[in-house]
Ligand binder design. Structure first.
Ligand code: ATP
Ligand code: MG
Length: 396
């Protein structure tokens, strides 16, 4: 059975001192896990990973797997060449026709000569390889500073050639920084929040509060779709769908109207904490940004924080909507997030929500509501959906 070789560059991990091995091991595991249906071997040499992946794995699948895995700064399909200038040129002639190189474009050659016993220096090898490129594409031009294409030759123990390096996600491998529970709604913000924490190494599950029939089946489908889109960045996730219709109605009927959103958010925190703890999580992640809406003022967030002993992380807190939207577009969640199905906050939103709640007062009001039973029931009736590291739903 044949295999193809991919060269993988790790970014920030290479800065890690004593923990470096742990991070690398996790990254290798994360990559292998994504390519689980295909045989793959990953080896390491000085700040590089080399993945030998079964020929049966389609290039598109490999690209999706590598481009969505945090901890990878760049990757390329690579080829081994015989360790001689003739061998290197022959291999270049062989691989260039299937690369992006074409007449009229600019290019450069980059040679990294780690093996100082190789008889030619980097500059000499570069010149030879540039000649090889010109022999195939006489109308290409050299541009050292800002080339459209790069042909790289790394002379190490073995010799590797590659073109068209693609950018990776950078960041750190997920599952190296603890586990959290992402509050995932159908909006633009929360999928981005999850993505950002995954890139800092967190493993995440997600939780969605569903208020059927006030929010439709379509709203749930939308959240499931968002979960499947962010799953590759997170290495797969479970989505806990909490039925919270009764809870919402109860708050509407027994609480103060202008505090309804705060009471709901307090209930979400309590419920999320329960489900997080039962599943090994020790933090809650939300898509809140300061002052974006009434329930995201400092006073409101400080109140909801006080409802849980878990650390509440809000990676978007200092970002404006434009910047958040740009990330959503890049990671592919935006189109789904703007589909028109209302989320449950909207349905039960008060006309004049309090923006400057006094913590002692709203805390007392929340205690008076006695939500424990509602929360117990919601937790008991929670339904779990699972998504694998490539974003496919797993039917258990
Ligand atoms: P988003 O775009 O993420 O929906 P938003 O700007 O609409 O956020 P809110 O509706 O106030 O803001 O929600 C703030 C955060 O609370 C969300 O980012 C999400 O983390 C969480 N959240 C809101 N509604 C739900 C829900 N129904 N289920 C789970 N989490 C929710
Ligand atoms: Mg929302």
């Amino acid at each position: 059975m044949g295999s193809k070789l991919y060269l993988i560059k790790e970014g920030e991990i290479s800065l890690k001192g004593g923990n470096r091995n742990l991070f690398e091991k996790q990254l290798r595991h994360n990559i292998k896990n994504k390519l689980r249906p295909y045989h793959s071997e990953i080896t390491k040499q000085k700040g590089r990973l080399y993945a030998e992946i079964s020929d049966k794995a389609p290039d598109e699948i490999i690209r999706k797997a590598l481009s969505t895995t945090p901890g990878i700064t760049g990757f390329a399909r690579a080829y081994m060449a015989e360790k001689s200038i003739e061998g290197i040129k022959t291999k270049a002639l062989e691989i260039l026709p299937s690369s992006d190189f074409r007449n009229g474009d600019s290019f450069r050659v980059t040679v990294k000569r780690e093996d100082k016993t190789f008889p030619m220096n980097s500059h000499e090898v570069s010149c030879e390889l540039a000649d090889t490129v010109f022999s195939l594409y006489p109308e290409m031009t050299v541009n050292l500073k800002n080339p459209e294409h790069t042909l790289t030759c790394e002379i190490r123990g073995d010799v590797y050639l590659y073109t068209d390096e693609e950018k990776g996600e950078s960041g750190l491998p997920y599952a190296t920084a603890g586990k959290g529970m992402l509050l995932l709604s159908g909006g633009i913000d929360s999928p981005v929040a999850g993505y950002m924490m995954a890139k800092r190494g967190m493993k995440l599950d997600a939780i969605y509060f569903h208020a059927y029939p006030y929010t439709s089946e379509m709203a749930l489908e939308k959240v499931k779709k968002l979960a499947s889109i962010i799953a590759p960045y997170l290495g797969g996730l479970r989505l806990f769908v909490v039925p919270f219709t009764e809870g919402q109605e109860y708050i509407r009927d027994h609480g103060y109207e202008e505090e309804a959103t705060l009471m709901f958010r307090a209930s979400m925190m309590k419920t999320s904490e329960r489900i997080a703890r039962e599943n090994g999580g020790n933090a809650i992640v939300t898509g809140e940004a300061l002052s974006q809406v009434a329930s995201q003022t400092l006073d409101a967030m400080s109140f909801t924080d006080s409802m849980t002993a878990l650390l509440v992380l809000r990676p978007l807190v200092g970002m404006d909507k434009e910047a958040i939207t740009a990330v959503a577009e890049r990671i592919g969640t935006y189109e789904t997030s703007i589909l028109p199905y209302e989320d449950c906050c909207v349905v039960f939103s008060p006309k004049h929500p309090v923006t400057r709640p006094v913590k002692e007062v709203v805390t007392r009001h929340f205690e008076e509501l006695k939500m424990e039973e509602m929360i117990d029931k919601a937790v008991k009736n929670t339904v779990v959906y699972s998504f694998d590291p490539m974003g496919n739903e797993i039917n258990e």
